[in-house]
Design a protein around this ligand. Structure first.
Ligand code: ATP
Ligand code: MG
Length: 257
């Protein structure tokens, strides 16, 4: 984490149904932010099986889930409680944070032990709250569906972005996410992005502002399938240009506040 605290990160959560393009969008957005010099940037991979971490060429070696397992083992051995657990959350967050040069990465990972210690989704929320002062932007690539919206992982989110295709089912799922965001009073600030939507067959969700469309992009498809970092996409890749066009103005505006 950059040593100079004092930012209050704008937290962007990327949501939507399975396969909609959340991870691709998150990586493209990361590239746009880095190219524009709008760091320090924290990427959060909240997909337990790993999404964004792989898409930007990192790995899942050091996840919060794994470090949590370690804390639970230690707590069982030493009868740790209360304050010590709180301290170990700080330790856990720093221990799981990976410095990647241009950006930092926090991967949620998965965990098997139940234990009395926070569930990993709660941990993730606490971690983001703690880290927010060290970064200008946080991009959270969420797990598919609505679980993390329900569990309030996104409670502190400033900008929810829902990704969808143009299908009836895709748009229904986006509508459901929008409804849940409403409950957290977040939908008013939410954006909708159409990915690979050649036509719109369903009803557009209310309360989300449609900010743009990402075309099918052969570079994205090839890089992703070959495991090459999407941060290294050629500058003129149509999907990258699309994300830049739809968000660069908004990012500059919000980071200047
Ligand atoms: N605009 C695009 N052009 C080409 N390929 C794309 C595009 N968007 C997504 N893809 C491809 O579609 C697949 C699904 O995208 P992605 O992994 O980003 O979806 P996701 O919403 O993160 O899925 P999951 O819910 O499983 O995490 C990937 O193989 C990705 O490379
Ligand atoms: Mg994904």
């Amino acid at each position: 984490m950059p040593s100079m605290a004092g930012f209050q990160a704008r937290i962007i959560a990327v949501l939507g149904k399975g396969g909609a393009g959340k991870t691709v969008f998150s990586a493209l957005l990361a590239r746009v932010i880095l190219d524009a010099g709008l760091g320090p940037l924290l990427l959060v991979d909240a997909d337990p099986t790993g999404g964004l971490a792989y898409a930007v060429g990192a790995d899942m070696k050091k996840t919060m889930g794994e470090v949590r397992e370690r804390v639970i083992r230690d707590a069982a051995n030493q009868d740790i409680a209360g304050e010590a657990i709180a301290q170990s959350i700080d330790w856990l967050v720093l221990e799981s944070l990976q410095e990647m040069g241009d950006y930092s990465l926090l991967a949620m990972g998965r965990t098997d032990s139940r234990g009395c210690f926070c569930p990993v989704n709660t941990l993730l929320r606490v971690a983001i709250e703690k880290l927010a002062v060290g970064f200008r932007f946080v991009i959270l690539d969420a797990e598919a569906g609505i679980e993390q919206v329900n569990r309030q992982v996104v409670r502190k989110v400033d900008i929810p972005v829902v990704i969808t295709d143009g299908s009836v089912r895709g748009l229904k799922a986006a509508g459901l996410v929008a409804q849940l965001l409403d409950k957290h009073e977040l939908s008013g600030s939410g954006y909708l992005v159409l990915n690979r939507a050649s036509k719109i067959s369903g009803e557009m969700p209310e309360n989300l502002e449609l900010i743009g469309r990402i075309p099918e992009d052969q570079n994205v498809q090839e890089y992703d399938s070959d495991g090459i970092s999407l941060l290294d996409l050629p500058e003129k890749s149509p999907a990258l240009t699309a994300v830049e066009d739809m968000l660069i103005g908004k990012l500059r505006e919000t980071s200047a506040r």
